[in-house]
Design a protein around this ligand. Structure first.
Ligand code: UD1
Ligand code: CA
Length: 455
């Protein structure tokens, strides 16, 4: 579908958000609004995407490029309206293109809706198509006025409506498709002769009709996709709608959510059957959780891979992997780049960062383990610290081999290696390697002074 193109309008100031951040960079749960719009276009098979940027353009460009560097940008220096915005992409439009134009502040529109709109446009051989929906309170939205054949007569912006037009409940959702040639030819005809003195995209259909083509109206199938984000309140409504959809999807797939309204799951997450999620849990990014897990209450999992039969109670896990049958928490903090093998325990007030933990090893309480390779069947007792940073702020590695036992309240001053089946005596500060099967103990010998207390 090489002649399909998308233009996303994202140059506006978003005044009603009352924010320093451009509107399309506001988050709908864990991703920015513009990400969802790009996803919807890509999901509909459109790989030629152009974003119109203006207000705080650099921030939007920087964000989008990280996600997909093939997306192109057109600059709208002055925000003179949605029609003026789309004009900025003129040089990227070819005559035989089908051009989808979508408001960047419509993040819930699905790729399915875009696809059906494009086929509606092609099948009806329309000069273009606008997506419409029926609402009880049309408010500030553009009114869709149909002709006797059910096609578009014109779109009238709220501020330009007469009394009768204002009552119309069929509104413009802010998604259009156009034949490239007709779209380009309409640009010269646009003017700002209206209540807001702006160049409206909503006048383009009228010019295409005047050129002798009919303009279709495609009714949206799922009204829940129609939630713009013009204000913080609308942003929260969009977030709520999206989260509800995701919750329903997981429940339909066999996941138990004890209190769905109090469970937050990214649309990118995958969760296996018979996993139970307790309230206050946030699952973000491309997280994968296996079957039969118990997650929460109050756990926060970000871009991580969790195996089957894992328990994660009141803990945070970021960009890490956790094997089957592990028990995490309560109150564990697994920071990025940890690879925890199966049947491990990372317990209360244990913090790990950039470690590998071999099968059946335990980091059960009050522990900091960073930059460490820890083998199988290792037991790390309460209060142990891997002191990974030296006075030059350099990070060093700790190696603890299979079967080792590290006694309570010990500090392992990296770089250091504890050999296979070795033991570190409680309260030691270990600065030198402890060989296989050895006992390393580094603390002052106890002194007992008899009859020390004078009565
Ligand atoms: C627009 C429609 C309205 C429709 C509604 C649906 C127009 C004139 N009106 O109104 O019929 O019912 O969307 O949500 O189009 N933008 C630019 N450059 C500009 C102005 C806006 O890029 O100069 C971008 C904004 O960043 C935004 C999008 O266009 O993403 C829509 O602009 P907005 O001002 O929100 O239009 P609405 O008033 O919502
Ligand atoms: Ca809007």
């Amino acid at each position: 579908m090489s002649n399909l193109k998308a233009i996303i309008l994202a140059a506006g100031k978003g005044t009603r958000m009352k924010s320093e951040l451009p509107k399309v960079l506001h988050k709908i749960y864990d991703r920015c609004a513009i990400d969802y719009v790009c996803d919807a276009c890509e999901g509909a098979g459109i790989d030629n995407i152009n974003i119109i940027v203006g207000h705080k353009a650099e921030q939007i460009v920087e964000h989008v490029k990280k996600r997909n560097e093939n997306i192109k940008f057109c600059y709208q220096e002055q925000q003179l309206g949605t029609g003026h915005a789309v004009m900025q992409a003129k040089n990227n439009i070819n005559d035989d293109d089908i051009v989808l134009v979508i408001n960047g502040d419509q993040p819930l529109i699905s790729s399915k809706t875009i696809k059906s709109m494009i086929s509606f446009c092609k099948q009806g051989n329309y000069g273009g198509v606008v997506l419409s929906g029926i609402v009880d309170f049309p408010g500030s939205l553009g009114r869709v006025i149909r002709d006797d054949n059910g096609n578009l007569n014109r779109i009238v912006e709220k501020k330009d409506c007469n009394e009768d037009e204002e009552k119309i409940k069929e509104v413009n959702i802010g998604v259009y498709c156009f034949k490239g040639k007709l779209l380009k030819e309409s640009f010269d005809k646009l003017d700002d002769n209206n209540a807001q003195n702006e160049y409206y995209i909503t006048d383009i259909p009228m010019h295409i009709k005047n050129a002798g083509y009919s303009f279709g109206v495609c009714a949206i199938a799922d009204m829940s996709e129609f939630q713009g984000i013009n204000s913080r309140e609308e942003l929260s409504l969009a977030t709520c709608t999206l989260l509800n959809k995701t919750r329903k999807l997981h429940m339909a797939n066999g996941v138990t959510l004890i209190d769905p309204a109090n469970t937050y799951i990214s649309i990118d997450a995958k969760i296996g059957r018979d996993t139970i999620i307790y309230p206050g849990t946030n699952i973000q990014g491309e997280t994968e959780i296996g079957q039969n897990c118990i997650i929460g209450p109050n756990s926060h999992i970000i871009s991580s891979k969790i195996g089957n039969n894992v328990t994660i109670e009141t803990s945070k896990v970021t960009e890490s992997t956790i094997g089957d049958y592990c028990k995490i928490g309560p109150f564990a903090h697994i920071r990025p780049n940890c690879n925890i093998s199966k049947k491990c325990k990372v317990g209360s007030f244990a913090e790990t960062k950039n470690i590998t933990l071999g099968e059946n090893s335990k980091v059960p309480h009050l522990i900091y383990a960073g930059d460490s390779d820890i083998g199988k069947n290792v037991e790390i007792a309460c209060g142990v610290i891997t002191a990974n940073m030296n006075i030059n702020w350099e990070k060093n590695k700790t190696v603890i081999e299979d079967g080792a036992f590290i006694g309570c309240n010990s500090t392992l001053l990296a770089p250091v290696k504890i050999g296979k089946d070795a033991i570190v005596g409680a309260g030691s500060v270990i600065t030198e390697d402890v060989p296989q099967n050895a006992l390393g103990i580094a603390r002052q010998k106890q002194v007992v002074k008899e009859n020390y207390k004078k009565n």
